[in-house]
Design a protein around this ligand. Structure first.
Ligand code: 5GP
Ligand code: ZN
Length: 150
């Protein structure tokens, strides 16, 4: 599998940097964003390093799309937000700061005034960890091959 030792998300995949993991299989990892745009903001990535949408192989992309829906569904069951956005940036001009393909799963409210490209602000790690546990509980109830991970 392609990996880049200087890539922060490859290091999360390798377990060298801790993360609040949500689900994992051989192609995909989902985990909490530590600078959440809104409460419950998660990231879904292919394990194989690809800088953006155009560098990813089709199988990884298909697995990521399936995982995005499962994570979004678990977030919906956990927080019951009135909306959820999935967004993905290609290139710094689009707001991409980590050059490993990732999809953001972001709970939305009508009045959240969330702008794409938002300013990242450090989150409360205790609250993010507790929320990850609640989302995992919903993932575990899903009749799929995915297993919620810690
Ligand atoms: P981008 O700006 O590239 O679309 O999104 C990168 C995302 O990665 C940001 O939302 C940022 O908060 C998140 N991020 C950056 N470094 C880390 C990290 O070490 N751990 C986690 N969980 N998220 C990170
Ligand atoms: Zn990477």
């Amino acid at each position: 599998m392609t990996t880049d030792p200087d890539c922060i998300f490859c290091r999360i995949v390798a377990g060298e940097i801790p993360s609040f993991k949500l689900l994992e299989d051989d192609r995909v990892l989902a985990f909490m964003d530590i600078n959440p745009a809104n409460e419950g903001h998660c990231l879904v990535i292919p394990k194989a390093h690809a800088p953006d949408l155009f560098g990813a192989d089709d199988d990884s992309l298909a697995a990521v799309a399936t995982a995005c829906r499962r994570v979004a569904d678990a977030v919906r069951r956990t927080l019951d937000p009135p909306g959820i956005s999935l967004t993905q940036a290609n290139g710094p001009a689009a707001g991409q700061s980590v050059l490993h393909l990732h999809f953001h799963v972001i709970p939305r409210r009508e009045d959240d005034n969330l702008l794409f490209n938002w300013e990242p602000k450090p989150g409360d790690m205790d609250a993010i960890g507790k929320l990850a546990e609640r989302i995992r509980a919903h993932l575990e109830q899903h009749p799929s091959g995915f297993v919620a991970v810690r």
